[in-house]
Design a protein around this ligand. Structure first.
Ligand code: SF4
Length: 342
């Protein structure tokens, strides 16, 4: 029995429609013939006092990430070959040959352009900067620039009518607007309150703040455009202006995903959490809420669960700080790129 992805909530949740029942008897009996002979070994391992000494391998993340990676992978240095961008099997081949650090990868090993940049910065300790590419990216920004970030939750059981399982529901945004490079930005924010559907007010507020001119900068546009697409379907009366917003979006992830800038301390990641500290010295370390998954769980906990009012107020302040850091951080990143591009 599994969650039915096509289910759309209308009124109270009907378990018969929410779940899909699939007869897997045949598949399972085929598999059990393969598994039964392995049971003896499995129980012997389970009964051991000491865990077996097993080398790490592709099975650590395939088919699912193993929860013991923190322990078994701890021997690897932070600049290990597993930082290679889309390294896949190459990382395992290198480890098999005893090459653990990026800087130890020999010249004859075939690397993609981005992987070669990683090897170069590991050797030099200096960031890679493609000034021309950064300057072209910055030219795309048309002022006033709005820096925008959404927070969403996506529960298995839809909380409101019209939602499907795991559908993203935006409950918060932060928007910093700068009229010209280097000017003090204005800040608009929205954080839904109470246990109702946050989307109508989210849309009204966003529409009133976003204006209709200038670039909208986001970090990882796939996420924000996906959320806007879901909203346009659910609230078609807003679809027109949302199309206009989508057309103005520029993705600040791009220069980092293309390795126009790459710092060794990014460890193969282009996420804003990896980029912000190396470029600007700011980080999320001081914040109580440090990533989107935690933001959504905390929001749900204090707005849909039981809890004292001061706890709810505290979490709301933390959410405001977290989402605001995402958009203010984007301004700092663009300022830093401007300095690098010269
Ligand atoms: S991380 Fe998990 S799968 Fe990988 S070696 Fe350790 S226990 Fe095994």
């Amino acid at each position: 029995m599994h969650v039915n992805g096509d289910y759309v909530r209308r009124g109270p949740v009907d378990p018969k429609k929410f779940f899909k029942v699939v007869d897997v008897t045949k598949d399972v009996s085929g598999l059990s013939r393969e598994i039964e002979p392995q049971l003896g070994d499995t129980f012997t391992t389970i009964r051991r006092k000491q865990e077996p000494d097993i080398k790490i391998g592709p099975y650590c993340s395939d088919p699912y990430p193993c929860p013991l990676q923190d322990k078994c992978w701890a021997f690897l240095p932070t600049d290990s070959v597993f930082n290679l961008y889309y390294g896949g099997k190459k990382c395992w081949r290198l480890l098999g040959e005893g090459i653990i650090r990026l800087k130890d990868i020999p010249d004859h090993v075939g690397l993609t352009e981005r992987q070669a940049i990683q090897r170069k910065v590991a050797l030099t300790g200096q960031p890679h900067i493609d000034r021309k590419a950064l300057a072209s990216f910055l030219k795309l920004l048309k002022y006033p620039v709005s820096y925008l970030d959404f927070e969403t939750f996506n529960t298995a059981i839809p909380l409101f009518d019209g939602l499907s399982p795991y559908q993203q529901v935006p409950f918060q945004f932060s928007l910093h607007r700068q009229s010209a490079p280097g000017t003090t930005p204005g800040h608009h924010a929205f954080l839904a309150d109470g246990p109702g559907d946050p989307r109508p007010e989210f849309l009204d507020r966003l529409r009133s703040y976003i204006g209709n001119a200038g670039t909208v900068v986001v970090y990882n546009a796939k996420f924000e455009t996906g959320v806007l697409g879901g909203l346009a379907e659910a609230f078609p009366e807003h679809a027109g202006w949302m199309d206009g917003v989508k057309a103005r979006i520029i993705d600040l992830l791009e220069p980092f995903q293309s390795f126009d800038y790459y710092h060794p301390d990014q460890h193969g990641s282009a996420s804003i959490k990896a980029v912000l500290p190396v470029l600007t010295g700011h980080s999320y370390a001081e914040l109580e809420i440090q990533e989107g998954g935690q933001a959504s769980l905390e929001y749900l906990r204090v707005h849909f669960g039981e809890g004292p009012e001061d706890e709810r107020r505290k979490v709301r302040e933390q959410l405001e700080r977290y989402c605001g850091t995402d958009t203010e951080g984007m301004i700092w990143i663009v300022d830093a790129l401007r300095q690098l591009a010269g």
